[in-house]
Design a binder for this molecule. Structure first.
Ligand SMILES: C[S@@+](CC[C@H](N)C(=O)[O-])C[C@H]1O[C@@H](n2cnc3c(N)ncnc32)[C@H](O)[C@@H]1O
Length: 289
C-alpha cells in the first residue's frame, strides 16, 4: 500500500461486485447496486474491459485469470453476507468489519439494522475516501461507525478504547481479504486479541494457501503480481491444518474451515477452473461462550 493512498485492492473488490451485478451469472452470486460508487478512474478502465469481455462471454468467470480471484472473492463475500443476515436476527449484535474497504453490507442491509452497530476499521486514507463518497450520496448513515487503524502499528483494543464498541455485546468480526497482507506473527496477535475483545465473539476470516505462492502456479502468479503492482502484496499463507492449530491454541472453537472453492461449487451455472484448488480458505470460529 502506498503511504497515505486509499487501497486499490478495496476498489478492485468493489469493481468485482459491480461487474457481478451487471452479469447474468454473476448477479446470482452477488447483486450490489452500491459498489459502483466506489470505483475510481483507474479502476474504471479495468471495469470497462471486463464489462466488454463479460458481455461477449457471460461465463467468463470460469476461464483465465479472472476465474481465480474474481469469482472466489464474490463467493466469499456472499458467504459472509449470509452470516451477517443471519446474525442480524439477534438483537444488539455489533459487527466489527476489519479492513472494511468499500464493503457495502451496511448500505444493502440498512433497513434491517435496528439495535445493531456496524463498526468499520481501515487505513485512514481508505476510510476518508469512503466517508466522502457516502456523504455525497446519502444524507445519513445511522449505526455506522468508522475508526482509523494501521493493523501493523496499533492494537484494535487501543483503537476502540472510548468508542461505541461494547465489550459486553455479541460481536461478529469480519476480516475479508485482509489477513494475507499481514505477517503470521501479526495475524496470531490479531486473532488472539479478537478472541477476547468482547464476551462473545464470532470471527469470520479468509486466508491464502501456500500453493498460491508456488512458482509453478502460473495462474496464481498472474493474479498476485497484479496486487504487488498496487503495493499490496500477499505475505502470509496457511494450510487448513495450520489454521485449525492456530485457532485451537487460542481456545477458539472452529465452526467451519474450508476451501474457498467449496463456496463456489454451489453455483451450478459456473464450472470452476481446476487451477483454483488450494487458492485459499475461510474459517468461522467462536470463543465458545
Ligand atoms: C482486498 S481489500 C478488502 C476490502 C473489503 N474487506 C472487501 O472485501 O471488499 C483489503 C483491505 O484491507 C485493508 N488493509 C490492509 N492492510 C491493512 C492494515 N495494515 N491496516 C488497516 N487496514 C488494512 C486495506 O486498506 C483494504 O481496505
Amino acid at each position: 500500500m502506498k503511504q497515505g493512498k486509499a487501497s486499490k485492492t478495496a476498489e478492485l473488490s468493489a469493481m468485482i461486485r459491480t461487474l457481478a451485478t451487471k452479469n447474468k451469472f454473476g448477479k446470482l452470486v452477488f447483486n450490489d447496486p452500491y459498489s459502483r460508487l466506489f470505483i475510481g478512474n483507474k479502476t474504471r478502465f479495468i471495469y470497462i474491459l471486463n464489462r466488454i469481455n463479460s458481455f461477449f462471454n457471460p461465463s467468463f468467470w470460469c476461464k483465465g485469470m479472472n476465474s481465480v480471484g474474481y469469482l472466489l472473492s464474490l463467493c466469499r463475500h456472499r458467504f459472509i453476507y449470509d452470516i451477517m443476515i443471519q446474525d442480524l436476527q439477534i438483537e444488539n449484535t455489533q459487527f466489527l468489519i476489519i479492513g472494511a474497504g468499500y464493503d457495502t453490507s451496511y448500505l444493502l442491509l440498512k433497513d434491517q439494522i435496528k439495535s445493531h452497530k456496524i463498526i468499520e476499521l481501515d487505513f485512514p486514507a481508505t476510510q476518508q475516501r469512503k466517508k466522502k463518497i457516502l456523504h455525497k450520496h446519502f444524507n445519513e448513515t445511522p449505526n455506522l461507525y468508522f475508526y482509523e487503524i494501521d493493523l501493523k502499528q496499533r492494537s484494535i483494543r487501543n483503537t476502540l478504547n472510548d468508542s461505541i464498541f461494547d465489550k459486553n455485546l455479541y460481536t461478529v468480526i469480519i476480516i475479508e481479504g485482509v489477513l494475507s497482507y499481514l505477517t503470521k506473527p501479526e495475524i496470531e496477535e490479531l486473532i488472539k486479541e479478537l478472541s477476547t475483545i468482547s464476551r462473545k465473539v464470532k470471527i469470520i476470516a479468509d486466508y491464502r494457501k501456500p500453493e498460491l505462492n508456488e512458482e509453478k502456479n502460473t495462474t496464481a502468479k498472474t493474479w498476485t503480481r497484479s496486487f504487488s503492482e498496487y503495493h499490496e502484496k500477499y505475505v502470509s499463507f496457511y494450510t487448513e491444518e495450520e489454521i485449525d492449530i492456530l485457532l485451537k491454541n487460542l481456545n477458539l472453537s472452529t465452526e467451519q474451515n474450508r476451501d474457498l472453492l467449496d463456496l463456489w461449487i454451489t453455483h451450478e451455472q459456473l464450472k470452476p477452473n481446476k487451477n483454483l484448488t488450494d487458492f485459499g480458505g475461510i474459517f468461522v470460529a467462536t470463543n465458545g461462550i
